[in-house]
Design a protein around this ligand. Structure first.
Ligand SMILES: Nc1ncnc2c1ncn2[C@@H]1O[C@H](COP(=O)(O)OP(=O)(O)O)[C@@H](O)[C@H]1O
Ligand SMILES: [Mg+2]
Length: 361
């Protein structure tokens, strides 16, 4: 239950192609997150899977069955809308049993089913309350409970937390993670918030302009982005990228120091990347970059240093909040060389490890 296979999926709105050939496999019980900038096609892709939009080309297979031509009701999926989609005048029990009532199930069976789901969702104590007497998290669980009774193959969420304030978002994120742990159902979740993506997903799908840029676990995407887009989209603050030129097999940062590429392929890099958290302050000797502190953003636990460096431009580094660095001072930046990323002219990442280099492309 809950495997989804997309093949060559395309969507055109008039002559505007919004989804440009998506192939994707989602496994049973997986928590999959679609992430990408606004307008990249996340909602459209979710709506294609749900059947709310019709595919222009390609195939959608759910649990081995081709559902491409079926309406939403024939696909066995649950689109979980925000809490306002609950019936305000009905109790939690009535809200959750509504689908079973319309299906003509007798009251005793309905109550039994609802109570069982209420136990799974930890809502037993709230069955007689109205939605307005519940917290945001509880309401979300009722909305999910309402769809669970239909035993969907997967739950689909479209930015369910985007209207909440920061504190409630954190709380709800935790709730959703716990819920997935309890239900073990396939979930597809759309967000533009990379913290949500990183913390919730088994598998992140990074989209840009209607195409998949990379699919992988949060750690995969952070450690081994396959191109510049993913490298700079995943991770906050984002990865620093600088141009380099090759001189006798080493890479020279314009107007600054040098880096020895770890693989033969990496010698072809025209740009390198280093994350703000992988730069440290050190001595002049052996520094990769020398620059001037343009601005210090103190955040308590951390501080962000904006360093203006000749030739490479502005770099951002993350430093512990305990250290003291003066705005306007000269600093010597040392990159963790094993954590430097190498990119070809076209933005493709070049292998950083000899083992990866041995694998076929
Ligand atoms: N019903 C529609 N008709 C025409 N264009 C649409 C429609 N729905 C979405 N689009 C366009 O498709 C693109 C992707 O939209 P969407 O999937 O909502 O992006 P996201 O959810 O990633 O922000 C946007 O350019 C949007 O304007
Ligand atoms: Mg959207």
């Amino acid at each position: 239950m809950g495997t989804i296979h997309l093949e060559g999926l395309e969507k055109w709105f008039g002559d505007n192609q919004v989804i440009k050939g998506v192939d994707l496999d989602i496994n049973e019980g997986e928590f999959v997150i679609f992430v990408g900038p606004s307008g990249c096609g996340k909602s459209t892709l979710l709506r294609l899977i749900s059947g709310l939009e019709e595919a222009s080309r390609g195939t959608i297979v759910i649990d081995g069955k081709d559902v491409t031509a079926l309406p939403p009701s024939g696909r066995g999926l649950a689109m979980v809308f925000q809490s306002y989609a609950l019936y305000p005048h009905m109790s939690v029990r009535e809200n959750m049993g509504f689908a079973l009532k319309t299906a003509g199930l007798p009251k005793a069976e309905r109550d039994e089913a609802v109570e069982e789901i209420a136990r799974t969702l930890k809502l037993e104590d709230y069955l007689d309350r109205k939605p307005k007497e519940l917290s945001g998290g509880q309401r979300q669980r009722v909305a999910i409970g309402r769809s669970i009774v239909r035993e969907p193959a997967a739950f689909l969420f479209d930015e369910p937390l985007s209207n909440l304030d920061a504190a409630l978002r954190v709380e709800m994120r935790f709730e959703i993670a716990k819920l997935h742990e309890r239900l073990r159902s396939t979930m597809i979740y759309v967000t533009h918030d990379q913290v949500e993506a990183m913390t919730l997903a088994d598998k992140i799908v990074v989209l840009q302009a209607g195409k998949i840029e990379q699919v992988g676990s949060p750690r995969d995407l952070y450690e081994n982005p396959q191109n510049l887009f993913v490298a700079q989209f995943i991770g906050s603050p984002k990865m620093n990228v600088m141009p380099v030129s090759t001189i006798d097999g080493t890479l020279k940062l314009k107007g600054q120091g040098t880096i020895t590429p770890p693989t033969p392929e990496a010698k072809a890099a025209t740009q390198i990347g280093i994350r703000p958290e992988h730069i440290r302050l050190g001595d002049k000797d052996g520094a990769h970059v020398t620059g001037r502190v343009e601005l210090v953003e103190y955040l308590g636990a951390d501080q962000y240093l904006y360093v203006d460096a000749e030739g490479v431009g502005r770099l951002l580094m993350r430093l512990s909040g305990l250290e003291t660095v003066k705005q306007g001072s000269t600093v010597y930046l040392h990159f963790e060389e094993s954590l430097v990323h190498y990119f070809a002219e076209d933005g493709k990442a070049l292998p950083r490890f000899a083992s990866a280099a041995a694998e076929p492309a």
